[in-house]
Ligand binder design. Structure first.
Ligand code: PG9
Length: 638
């Protein structure tokens, strides 16, 4: 971004031109039609006016549908400029390119309180159906649609909303009270419940680096996206030197950023977070919705599945769909999807295939009323096999829940431990030396690209650490196809009174030696080879104080063996024959997740330096306490 230093409570921060989440550009030669962009201030019911850019194709002949994106990050430059055929300065947002053949009036709007939009930025998904004057994103979308269909000439009265992440959230929220002209939405990577999963917490464990850096991004300045300037190349060392989490306000923010204050004053799943959890109100499919999820989404991997499941409870007309693929957060809108991190995808351009073959036809059907309705409920790009798969129901009914057991000798197998190989493995977790969540130096969340693909990082960077337990299977003698929700069940104890357990399910690529260079001709150097690569397929964390009750934290009983159920979300992946399955277990994941003091404190956000103490963690692999991963396995059909 453009470096424009401002001062936030005594700290230098730099201003980024566009948030990481802004769509990427496509090359100028892809520009087809010419468009005219016009900025209007659209009035909301409370008088607040929102900065809105209306982009109309030049030479529009008949009425066209309207397709809206509502964002807190500023309207991207590409949407703001008039463009002409062949103008080398013109660029088009990737999905607009897929849409242009059909033709739409494209609308980009800044949310209230961001950039030139008036009012207060909400940073909340609260919605009270009984308060018709409440300022919220549901009503703002309603008022915007109402104004556009009445005021934009030559529209066909059919409106869609789509977008990624925050823009996905504003699309998803319309499900709660859709305007009659709203005929289709595509919620893409929307968060659903900021305490339970997605951006800010996972089951109550705080996503420290993300939540802090994101709050600065959107709340430090109204007309900019702000990147906190750490002054060091490796933010791991910055967060470690910071000490207890309370030092963020004490030393840097000084209570100036609302959202951060709310996060640290509501550690438990109290009414503050329950009211944020708008997805609990989604129980029926009110508007046709194409939910989109990335299997390696580092921000909102969970929301789309929850929204899809909520609307699936009552979907008599079959208008609620989900698409998922091998994508980082928003990757389906930014890239061609030919790879995810170092992983090639069988020659597919998964993101282009999504935009042209799924997203554009979806809006074509509902907004232009031509073409085909999706014949599937769920469509996944399955990794491993590298094939698109269609499902009439999700999760697939033919998946058989299969247990992959831990063994005391560090192996994993489909056989449960017996008395003979029964045992316990242990490690000491020290909050003073936490396990990095990705290889150091760790860059800031925004605006560097490394954050986007960290969930595909080779896990060999930690599997030798004494505080990371590794379990690994023998090479598979057949393909292991897994489609549906995964979970870990750890039987574990701690010597402390609180603890975190992180579980990673990993696909270990075979060692092919020199052959690797023949098999992967693109691998230019030794380091590029996928030989022995430890690719994470599913990862998550649970925090002990919320093991039995999300609303009230309770201490763990030192030494007591508990069943830690750790949901690992929905996936569709084939562990290929010859690959091995690995599980890693650890108790820190820093600074992605804040450090658990491992002693009892009423709120971790008020813990003192001395409260952070090492603890011994034990993982059981015995007949009575058999830790395992639960896999939805689909047997090969001959
Ligand atoms: N993950 C971001 C976000 C969405 C919604 C709320 C808060 C943050 C984003 O990429 O927009």
């Amino acid at each position: 971004g453009t470096a424009c230093a401002i001062v936030l409570a005594g700290v230098a921060v730099t201003r980024a031109a566009v948030a990481d989440t802004a769509p990427a550009e496509v090359p100028a030669h892809d520009v087809g039609r010419a468009y005219v962009a016009k900025e209007v201030m659209v009035p909301m019911r409370d008088g607040v006016r929102l900065q809105t850019v209306v982009v109309t194709p030049v030479g529009q002949t008949g009425p066209l549908p309207i397709l809206i994106t509502r964002t807190p990050y500023g309207v991207p430059d590409q949407a703001m400029v008039d463009r002409q055929d062949g103008d080398p300065k013109s660029t088009l947002l990737p999905s607009w390119r897929a849409f242009q053949k059909d033709g739409y009036i494209m609308v980009y709007q800044n949310l209230r309180g961001r950039f030139k939009s008036e009012g207060q930025f909400l940073k909340t998904s609260r919605y009270n159906a009984h308060d018709r004057r409440q300022a919220n994103e549901v009503n703002d979308a309603w008022d915007t649609i109402d104004w556009l269909v009445k005021n934009i000439p030559n529209n066909n009265g059919r409106v869609g909303i789509y977008g990624v992440s925050y823009a996905g959230l504003t699309a998803g929220l319309t499900l709660l009270h859709p305007h009659p002209a709203l005929k289709a939405i595509s919620e893409q990577a929307s968060p659903a419940d900021q305490w339970m999963n997605d951006d800010d917490h996972h089951y109550g464990a705080l996503r420290e680096s993300y939540t802090f850096e994101y709050t600065v991004l959107v709340q430090a300045e109204k007309e900019a996206n702000t990147n906190f300037d750490f002054g060091v190349r490796d933010v791991y060392s910055w967060y470690l030197a910071l000490g207890p989490l309370s030092h963020i306000n004490k030393d840097y923010l000084h209570g100036k950023l609302d959202y951060w204050n709310q996060v640290v004053s509501h550690p438990d799943y109290d009414s503050f977070w329950k009211e944020e959890a708008w997805v609990d109100k989604v129980k029926t499919s009110t508007v046709p919705n194409l939910n989109v999820a990335g299997f390696w989404d580092q921000e909102d991997p969970w929301g789309p599945w929850r929204i899809f499941r909520g609307a699936s409870q009552h979907d008599p007309d079959n208008t609620n769909f989900i698409v998922a693929g091998p994508w980082y957060h928003g990757g389906w809108q930014r890239t061609d999807g030919g790879n995810i991190g170092p992983l090639p995808l069988g020659g597919h351009q998964t993101a282009v295939e999504f935009r042209e073959g799924i997203e554009a036809p979806f809006f074509r059907y509902y907004l232009h009323e031509t073409g085909e309705k999706p014949s599937w409920k769920a469509k996944m790009f399955e990794t491993g096999s590298n094939e698109w798969r269609e499902y009439k129901v999700w999760p697939p009914q033919d998946a058989k829940t299969t247990q992959l057991f831990f063994h005391a000798d560090g192996t994993l197998s489909f056989q449960a431990p017996t008395k003979k190989d029964s045992g316990v493995r242990q490690y000491v977790s020290d909050p003073a030396n936490p396990v990095p969540y990705r290889p150091r130096p760790i860059s800031p969340t925004y605006p560097t690209p490394e954050w986007r693909t960290w969930e595909t990082n080779d896990q060999r960077f930690v599997d030798h650490r004494p505080d990371v337990l590794t379990f690994v299977s023998a090479p598979l003698d057949h393909d292991l196809r897994v489609a549906g929700p995964l979970a870990a069940h750890l039987f574990a104890s701690t010597s402390g009174k609180d603890a975190d357990f992180v579980v990673k399910l990993i696909d270990v690529f075979p060692e092919e030696g020199q052959k690797a260079f023949v098999a992967h001709p693109d691998a230019a150097t030794w380091a590029d080879s996928l030989d022995g690569y430890e690719l994470p397929i599913a990862m998550d964390v649970r925090r002990g104080r919320y093991l039995h009750d999300y609303q009230h934290a309770h201490p763990l009983v030192p030494g007591k063996v508990e069943d830690w159920s750790i949901p690992l979300r929905d996936h569709d992946h084939v562990f290929l024959k010859g690959h091995r399955v690995m599980v890693q277990v650890q108790s820190t994941w820093f600074p992605l997740i804040d450090r658990n003091p491992q002693t009892w404190v009423p709120s971790i956000y008020q813990a003192k330096e001395g409260d952070f103490q090492p603890a011994t963690q034990k993982i059981y692999a015995t007949p009575e306490a058999a830790s395992y991963i639960s896999l939805p396995v689909i047997e090969a059909t001959q």
